[in-house]
Design a protein around this ligand. Sequence first.
Ligand code: KG4
Ligand code: ZN
Length: 356
Amino acid sequence: FLHKLVLGIETSCDDTAAAVVDETGNVLGEAIHSQTEVHLKTGGIVPPVAQQLHRENIQRIVQEALSTSKVSPSELSAIATTVKPGLALSLGVGLSFSLQLVDQLKKPFIPIHHMEAHALTIRLLNKVEFPFLVLLISGGHCLLALVRGVSDFLLLGKSLDIAPGDMLDKVARRLSLIKHPECSTMSGGKAIEHLAKQGNKLHFDFKPPMQRAKNCDFSFTGLQHVIDKIITQKEKEEGIQKGQILSSAAHIAAAVQHTTACHIAKRTHRAILFCKQRDLLSQSNAVLVVSGGVASNLYIRKALEIVTNATQCTLLCPPPKLCTDNGIMIAWNGVERLRAGLGILHNTEGIRYEPK
Ligand code: KG4
Ligand code: ZN
């Protein structure tokens, strides 16, 4: 008895990733190459650099995923690849490579929406039935959606400007945390979480954004600018130069993390109430799935736990490895689509990359 086997390929941002997953959610093989270190040095992702790194690694990563899985390419049921949303140049590398492979192996192709893949990841691990609520928070994503089926999403809220991880990365950069001996190899968000443990969140009083907005949208640039001003002011007070680390950096980290957690928790609370009032979610055993790089922040998770406890919801988070970009979620999304008979292409002629 042969299970369906899907090869998943992800290159939407700064990770080149691939995996082979079977119909039951077994991960047979996986490989990932992260560009984080390179991008940390340039203070952000430079798209042509990301593209070049994807080009240099994709062959090896896909090969590694296949060889560790011990699945021969001819046994694959389909190839699933992220086609949107993401950086155009990065997506193009994964798509071109996949189309070549699809052509060579004569396999069906399943184009994957990166957000759908993040949202469905939890079903690889837990028996979560539709509908459930999903909160995606990362460096590039910020959205709240009701997941009603494999490709049936009701968008409830999104960031009106930048994503929370992007904001945390910018604050971390502004605080020069990359020069901090304890944080030099961490992403901005992780550095903030680490430093926040040594700070007092009450030292600064940042107001959570959009307190009166009667929707489930998010906003983070206002907070970022307020923090920017505080940092400039503190730099003057402490008489330090740009690039040096403020003595109050830990307090700032604690306060920004706290305000971010409050904002995210409040918007999520609204979404849960909205869905329950309209019977879009079960009254007694609704599920909130939280994913994306920022979901690995334990302080933010605690804030969300308070909300789910108060609303009789179950909070589920995929493990950190599956919260951030990876090939497994793309392959799994391929499995979900294969099982549902959705969006499987047997002819890829004329497919080109379309941004967004
Ligand atoms: O999902 P991800 O790997 O990539 C995308 O952005 O799609 O998420 C990376 C983001 C970065 O902005 C990073 O600063 C943030 O997630 N992040 C965190 C933590 N770990 C990573 N933010 C807050 N706390 C963390 N522990
Ligand atoms: Zn992502």
